[in-house]
Structure formats: structure tokens, C-alpha cells
Design a protein. Structure first.
Ligand code: SF4
Length: 360
């Protein structure tokens, strides 16, 4: 199942029945979104109902005395938002015939409407395919996809916008956006989310890498981290073994050799004692033919230290047969592979990467 299908399925089973969710009235959606930016749903609900009751239309709001608007808003805080709502209503009456514009781009011209609110109105009311990204969405996406760019940087805003555009359900952007917002508010909460019951637990980068408390990245500083990847290029007759990478980490869907990731640089003597090595080869005899130098490969927020081990076997284990594709060595480059593997295949067995005359 794709991300959109999983999140919409979760939403259908867990959604909250809120009045502004059962409407495509752009005015009601606008008011609810402004109120919810600063308050929890339980408290916001009363304010929303009272506001809509007192000012049933944009015209009523525009013509109201500002003191009356402030009175209804009293207790919610962030009073500039109430003033903005009032003057935005007047702007809509003057320039848009009393109706909120129908496009994301045009909505951004309304006083007080930022990318999140414009995206929420455009997608919820008019089904425009555009993200509505708030703190909940940043949190979910940074954890599931391992995005280490801070949402507070312009690079981060762009990256999250583009990622959401890739994931969004183009047939029902309204449902998708609402599902993502609710999922962040109810399941993937800031502290101690219950990952064991999460439908993304199999693919979630943060959960799989024990980084739930580190993501999302806050502030303007971009965090980088080091990873140590040991690829085992197995030779069995004239074939080798590869696997497709799953979602939730770098290089999703690309192919790679069996991988043993370690927490620090690991020499072969220690590597063959790792559980992952034993799982790969069981009790079968393995002849190590060569080991590459450590290759440093820089990604935007990760520094990879990659090593390749060429190992020969005379019989593949059950585990290898079960979990990997057994492909002809000469055909590997027909598969989509990460650049660092492509480089080594193109170079092997030159001295650039491999230590020649090394015997094990
Ligand atoms: S597994 Fe945990 S961190 Fe990942 S999306 Fe689910 S709740 Fe969030």
C-alpha cells in the first residue's frame, strides 16, 4: 500500500467528527483553521461555534464592529488574528465579491493567510491538489521519511512541500490533508508516540533507527549524522545477491547488496561476528576475496562511510535465497542502484577502491 492509502485508511478508522470537517464551506473552514492554530480542538470547538453563530457570513464579519469581534475572540489570545480576520473579511468584500478566492495562489493574497491556511482552505473546500503543512505534518513526514532538514529553513519548507506533493492523493487532496493532520495530532504525537500500534511502524525511518525523539529537527541548524555501511558483494558462481531498499530511509526502492550497518567503523574480524553476518551465511563456508577502502559518501544530512566486502560462497543459505534476488553479476547495472554502488561496480577491481594482494 502507498503512503496515501495507509494514512487515509487510518483516518477512516480514527477520524474525529468535527463540524468543520463535514463542510466544504470555505468561510467555516477558514475560521476553524485560524482558531485551531492557537488552541486545542476541545477548547476551539466552543469558540468556533460561537464565532460562526455571531458572524454567519463573511459579510456579517466585515460589517461587524471590531469590538464585537474582539469580544467573541476574548480568551483565545493572539488578538492580532481576530483583527486580521476582520480586515480580511473587508478585503474579501471589496475585492472578491464576498467569497474567498478559489485558488491557493490567490488565497495567499488575503491578509493573515499563510501557506498552511491557504493550503487547508484550497484543498478542503475546493479540492485543489496542494499541501496543508503544519507542525503535525512536519513531524509525521520527518519521522516516516527521515527528513533531517529543519522546517524553519527555506530549504526545509521547500523539501517538505515537494515531498507532500509527491505523496498527496490527487483524487482526494482534502481527505489526504485532513488525514495527515489528524494522524500527527492523534497518533504521531510529539512525545512518546505509541509506535507499536502505528501503521507505518514497518517503514518509519525514525522508529526503525531509534530517532523518534530526535525528529523533527528544530531550529535553523541542519543536523548531519555519520553512518557506517558494510556491503557484502557475494559471489556465487557467476551470480550475486541484491535486495530492494524499503521506504523510510535513503535510496528508497533502489537495489543494493546485502547490507550490514554498524554503529562505528568495523573491521572484518569484528564484522563476521555480527549477528547480521551470521544470519546471512549461517554455517556455510565463506571465502573473503577482497575488501574495499572505506569510501566517504556525502548526502545532504548524512555522511556515509561505505565499505564493500567481496565474499565467495559455494552454496547460498536459505536466508539468502529467501530474502534476496539472485542475479547475474553482469546484469547488476540493469537495476537501479545508488551512486556509491554504481561507482564501485564501474571501478572494481581497480586499485582505486580495493586493496589488491590482500589475502584472508
Ligand atoms: S512509527 Fe512512531 S514515529 Fe513513526 S510515524 Fe508511527 S507513531 Fe510516528
Amino acid at each position: 500500500m502507498e503512503f496515501k492509502d495507509i494514512i487515509i485508511k487510518w483516518y477512516n478508522e480514527n477520524r474525529r467528527d468535527l463540524p468543520w470537517r463535514n463542510t466544504d464551506d470555505s468561510y467555516h473552514i477558514w475560521i476553524s483553521e485560524v482558531i485551531l492554530q492557537q488552541t486545542r480542538v476541545a477548547q476551539g470547538l466552543d469558540y468556533y461555534l460561537r464565532f460562526i453563530d455571531t458572524f454567519p457570513s463573511i459579510k456579517d464579519l466585515a460589517e461587524a464592529n471590531i469590538d464585537k469581534v474582539m469580544k467573541v475572540w476574548q480568551g483565545l489570545g493572539y488578538y492580532s488574528r481576530a483583527r486580521n480576520l476582520h480586515s480580511a473579511a473587508q478585503q474579501i468584500m471589496a475585492n472578491y465579491n464576498g467569497v474567498l478566492p478559489h485558488s491557493y495562489k490567490e488565497l495567499l493574497k488575503i491578509k493573515g493567510l499563510g501557506p498552511y491556511s491557504a493550503g487547508a482552505i484550497a484543498s478542503f473546500a475546493y479540492k485543489e491538489v496542494v499541501p496543508a503543512i503544519d507542525g503535525n505534518v512536519y513531524r509525521v513526514l520527518s519521522r516516516v521519511y527521515g527528513v533531517f532538514t529543519s522546517q524553519e529553513t527555506s530549504a526545509g519548507k521547500k523539501e517538505f512541500f515537494e515531498l507532500t506533493m509527491e505523496l498527496i492523493d490527487k483524487n482526494q487532496p482534502n481527505v489526504f490533508n485532513q488525514a495527515l493532520l489528524d494522524f500527527g495530532a492523534m497518533q504521531c504525537v510529539p512525545r512518546s508516540p505509541n509506535c507499536s500500534v502505528c501503521p507505518f511502524s514497518d517503514i518509519c525511518y525514525a522508529y526503525r533507527n531509534n530517532l523518534v525523539n530526535q525528529l523533527p529537527i528544530k531550529g535553523k541548524k541542519i543536523a548531519t549524522r555519520d553512518r557506517f555501511l558494510n556491503y557484502v558483494m557475494i559471489r556465487y558462481k557467476d551470480t550475486t545477491f541484491i535486495q530492494r531498499r524499503v521506504a523510510g530511509d535513503i535510496w528508497t526502492s533502489l537495489y543494493e547488496f546485502p547490507l550490514i550497518e554498524t554503529k562505528s567503523p568495523t573491521e572484518i574480524e569484528a564484522l563476521i561476528k555480527e549477528a547480521a553476518w551470521k544470519e546471512l551465511f549461517g554455517k556455510e563456508k565463506v571465502k573473503i576475496l577482497n575488501i574495499s577502502q572505506t569510501i566517504k559518501h556525502q548526502l545532504s544530512h548524512q555522511t556515509l562511510f561505505v565499505k564493500f566486502i567481496i565474499a565467495e560462497i559455494s552454496k547460498p543459505t536459505y536466508y539468502l535465497n529467501l530474502n534476496f534476488l539472485n542475479v547475474s553479476i553482469s546484469n547488476i547495472q540493469e537495476y537501479s542502484i545508488p551512486k556509491v554502488i554504481d561507482n564501485i561496480l564501474a571501478a572494481e577491481p581497480t586499485e582505486k577502491y580495493f586493496l589488491r594482494n590482500h589475502s584472508y
